[in-house]
Design a protein around this ligand. Structure first.
Ligand code: ZN
Length: 183
């Protein structure tokens, strides 16, 4: 969905009008403009953008909703080696448009509220909130790619349960162990 030539996503829109018109907005947000996000990551590439696609509509219950997807590159700090770790954050979300806390409480559980004014919504802040939600709380390199891997293994006491040796294909149990430790 990302193209280098994408236009900037509008910052402020009338979300209710867009929902009546079943509008789709597609665009980019320069990540450097999102201060809270910028401060939550180790780094951002030069000119890095968040690609966003938002569909405004009404659902079967006539609620106005925004379905969105986003994708943004960022550098996080690996919590094992404290080194930089490049990653791509992605998110899909469905929000119910509301103008008050009372309306927000009436939304079904599968709809997150998107609290806006009657005629204007700040899309950049909404996207930033979604980005912060998908930031991993404890980012880690894949073990085999982490520079701290050798240090950690050297530090592990002799009596500690050893990782399966990397004899790989000959030992089906190491494959199973690998599968279990993922996710
Ligand atoms: Zn690491």
């Amino acid at each position: 969905m990302s193209k280098a030539s994408n236009a900037e996503l509008p910052k402020s829109v009338d979300p209710y009008k867009l929902a009546e018109q079943n509008s789709v907005l597609e665009g980019e947000i320069p990540l450097s403009a999102l201060a809270r996000f910028r401060e939550s990551v180790l780094g951002l590439g030069d000119g890095a953008v968040c690609c966003v696609r938002l569909s405004f509509s009404r659902d079967r219950e006539r609620r106005r909703i925004v379905s969105g997807e986003l994708e943004a590159p960022a550098t996080l700090e690996c919590q094992r080696c404290m080194g930089p770790m490049a990653t791509t954050l992605t998110s899909r979300f469905v929000l119910g448009l509301v103008t008050s806390d009372e309306q927000a409480q009436q939304l079904p559980k599968d709809l997150e509220p998107f609290l806006t004014d009657e005629f204007s919504a700040d899309l950049w802040t909404m996207v930033e909130d979604e980005l912060l939600l998908v930031l991993p709380p404890f980012p880690l390199h894949d073990r085999n790619e982490c520079p701290a891997r050798d240090d950690l293994e050297a530090l592990e006491p002799d009596g500690a349960p050893a990782e399966p040796e990397k004899s790989g294909k000959e030992n089906p149990f190491s494959v199973l162990a690998d599968l279990k430790t993922k996710h």
